[in-house]
Ligand binder design. Structure first.
Ligand code: PLP
Length: 363
């Protein structure tokens, strides 16, 4: 059996440190917004070359609180990708703003910057690119468009911790970078967690209030906020894993190279654009024979997942937005053809060889 991801293996390697940190935290009696969270925030901010990082309960909340803190809400529009995880759009809707979809690039499946300007209206307040599967979105162009039209940029970096373009990390291009520490992400905790990184201390202050019931402490509430905090236990584990994140990503890249070498050319391989550093949260191929491939892999005990089978504009829950089939042909084709294969730092070459062989036999 080859799984999509093996979380036990990664934790096994840091087990002693992890148990030590858990013992310390349990002994300290400090569980929410304590020393570990502050230390982790400082490290993640500095890793991105930014002044501020705010630990929150999830990336969904990181996005929601960022949009809110940037003063975007009812009556506003946020331009984003129809080919992403549902949470990207939930976060926009929580604030009262509406998502406006723009089709994706056929190669990276990230939002197509060339299609953004024609979708900007008087109501547009922000662009929310997603660095899908760990490949950076077209950030230089997106930031240029945002500057020209005075829009905010909020980056969904849930799948892209450590990715970048020309040495600049995803999350540091826009007004706020939003990360997930969900266990299966490139930097994953032992539970839910998220973080916003940014440079603007005024906006950071607002997010710090929002995560804590609209208060900076001492039971004085400036506004109605939320309960969305990263806890000490997650921060403790994440501090340990953070030491290894670049190495984990390098191993993912190495595994992607092996896949690229062994998979037949008739299968569409994931691309890495010039100057981009892809961290392969997923290794996702495209093929018209996707369903047959998945079936054969399954018969051979190999996991694979379709991220994502239905683009967001065709989701039942978003019917009220008024989109129709055919509105975003590239996203729709992707939904028909994508297949993500097992990918994690500890994945063995022999497993990749086996997977590639099965795929070769089908196509
Ligand atoms: C996982 C994910 C999220 C949500 O992250 P949580 O921490 O689970 O809330 C948002 N956007 C994308 C693209 C994701 O992959």
């Amino acid at each position: 059996m080859i799984p999509m991801i093996d979380l036990k293996k990664q934790l096994q390697d840091i087990k002693d440190e992890a148990f030590n940190v858990l013992r310390d935290i349990v002994g300290s009696g400090q569980f929410i917004l304590g020393q570990k969270v502050s230390e982790f925030e400082k490290k993640v901010a500095s890793y991105h070359g930014l002044r501020e990082a705010i630990g929150v309960a999830s990336c969904t909340d990181a996005l929601h609180l960022s949009i809110d803190a940037l003063d975007i809400g009812e009556g506003d529009e946020v331009i984003t990708s129809p080919f992403t995880f549902f949470a990207t759009v939930e976060a926009i809707l929580y604030t009262g703003a509406l998502p406006v979809f723009v089709d994706v690039e056929p190669d990276t499946l990230n939002i197509d910057a060339n299609l953004i300007e024609e979708n900007i209206t008087k109501k547009t307040k922000a662009i929310l690119p997603v660095h899908l599967f760990g490949h950076p979105a077209d950030m230089w162009n997106i930031v240029d468009i945002a500057k020209k039209h005075k829009l905010k940029v909020i980056e969904d970096c849930a799948q892209s911790f450590g990715a970048g373009i020309n040495g600049k990390k995803t999350g540091s291009f826009g007004d706020a970078g939003c990360f997930s520490f969900y266990p299966s992400k490139n930097l994953g905790g032992c539970g839910d967690g998220g973080m916003v990184v940014l440079d603007n201390s005024k906006v950071a202050g607002r997010i710090k209030e929002l995560r804590n019931h609209g208060s900076r402490g001492s039971y004085r509430h400036k506004r109605v906020g939320f309960n969305s905090r990263l806890d000490e236990i997650q921060a403790g584990i994440l501090l340990i894993k953070f030491l290894h994140i670049d190495e984990y990503n390098k191993k993912r890249r190495h595994n992607a190279e092996i896949y690229n070498r062994l998979l037949p050319d008739i299968i569409k391989h994931p691309v890495e654009k010039e100057g981009s550093y892809h961290v392969f949260h997923q290794y996702t191929i495209m093929s018209p024979k996707r369903n047959k491939l998945q079936q054969k892999l399954k018969e051979n005990g190999i996991a694979s997942v379709i991220y994502y089978p239905v683009p967001l504009h065709l989701q039942k829950a978003l019917k009220f937005l008024g989109y129709q089939k055919g509105d975003f042909p590239i996203a729709e084709k992707a939904a028909r053809q994508v297949l993500s294969l097992p990918m994690y730092p500890e994945l063995e070459e022999s497993s990749i060889t086996k997977i590639a062989e099965i795929i070769r036999n089908v196509v």
